[in-house]
Design a protein around this ligand. Structure first.
Ligand code: S3P
Length: 165
């Protein structure tokens, strides 16, 4: 089975994805890491040198490659992945999508101290970050809610995720 974990930055996709993959004994991929490997650059460098649009193209390309080359895996996507190109459709056609639905106040608490490696928020003040999360989460929810499974806070353990799918 191909499992896709979706959610806003700071929703815990990577941490949970690793645990779910190890329970299922399937490979784990973190899309940001795979994009960095493929480009030979960090996400920050990619945004700075080529811009967001180039990053989004590469992100879609790397994801399509993972999907085509692997039978079963858990993939933790980037926060924006489902919202660009045909990524959401491709994921839903290829396997099971799970949205980690985390409240904006919790995301804010986590992201305040984790801005540095995330170019979209790296230069925002705490006040600006709060607004950014609220505005973009509500826009992105229109994509995220197309996931096959919506996991609430109380379901964000590997065991609960496995029960849900
Ligand atoms: C992004 C989220 C990041 C990374 C990039 C853009 C976004 O991934 O893909 O900085 O658009 O929300 P994480 O969600 O793993 O932080």
């Amino acid at each position: 089975m191909k499992l896709f974990l979706l959610g806003f930055m700071g929703s815990g996709k990577s941490k949970l994805g690793k645990k779910v993959a190890s329970q299922l004994i399937v490979p784990f991929f973190d899309l940001d890491d795979e994009v960095e490997k493929s480009a030979g650059k960090s996400i920050t460098e990619l945004f700075q040198e080529s811009g967001e649009e180039a990053f989004r193209l590469l992100e879609s390309e790397v994801m399509a490659n993972i999907i085509s080359k692997n039978e079963a895996f858990v993939l933790s996507t980037g926060g924006g992945t489902p919202c660009f190109n045909d990524n959401m459709e491709l994921m839903n056609q290829s396997g099971k999508t799970i949205y980690l639905n985390v409240d904006s106040t919790i995301l804010y608490g986590r992201l305040r101290t984790a801005k540095k490696k995330r170019p979209l928020i790296a230069n925002l003040s705490d006040e600006e970050l709060k607004d950014f999360i609220e505005v973009s989460l509500s826009k992105r929810n229109t994509f995220y809610f197309h996931a096959a499974v919506i996991a609430s806070e109380s379901n964000m353990t590997a065991k609960k995720i496995l029960d849900l799918i």
